[in-house]
Design a protein around this ligand. Structure first.
Ligand SMILES: Cc1cc2nc3c(=O)[nH]c(=O)nc-3n(C[C@H](O)[C@H](O)[C@H](O)COP(=O)(O)O)c2cc1C
Length: 142
């Protein structure tokens, strides 16, 4: 899954990502990062996607990081592994919590946490037809 993450495109190939793999024993501490992190309790590992912010195209950093995360999650889905994206950046208190916990300094910023585990059922990996909305598709003009 990290191999897939590293295949992601990035603006001017700036490659802003690093990863911290956190084991299950550390998850009870990690969930103190934010109220939104509670679902990590059910995960087996957490990968922290870390963004380097002193590169060529700072305006595209968030898009680059999101591409890497989505590649990671899609690769997981293709292998029957469930993931959950926990937003960190740009919430300052979450970023500071993780910087302190992981001992990360500038120019590196914890961008997001992705919990990894085994799904309760395979429904997770099927397309949900109710999400398809043809009114969102505009052909040729708005
Ligand atoms: C940028 C971003 C931030 C997210 N942050 C959180 C979060 O803090 N806590 C959480 O439980 N889920 C978080 N999620 C997961 C979404 O809540 C989840 O994708 C959404 O509920 C839809 O669920 P599903 O598509 O996995 O069914 C985040 C997703 C994204 C893309």
């Amino acid at each position: 899954m990290l191999y897939a993450a590293m295949q992601a495109p990035s603006a001017m190939r700036q490659i802003p990502w690093d990863f911290v793999v956190v084991e299950k024993t550390e998850i009870p501490t990690l969930i103190n990062c934010s109220h939104g992190a509670q679902s990590l309790k059910e995960c087996n590992k957490v990968v922290i996607f870390v963004m380097r912010n002193d590169l060529k195209c700072p305006e595209f950093l968030q898009q680059d990081m999101s591409c890497a995360i989505d590649n990671f999650m899609l690769e997981g889905a293709s292998r029957g592994i469930a993931t959950i994206w926990i937003g960190t950046y740009p919430h300052n208190e979450r970023v500071e919590f993780l910087k302190k916990y992981l001992k990360i300094d500038d120019p590196y910023i914890p961008f997001a946490m992705v919990g990894v585990g085994y799904p309760k059922d395979d429904k997770l990996f099927k397309f949900d037809d109710t999400r398809f909305d043809d009114k969102r598709i505009h052909i040729g003009k708005w």
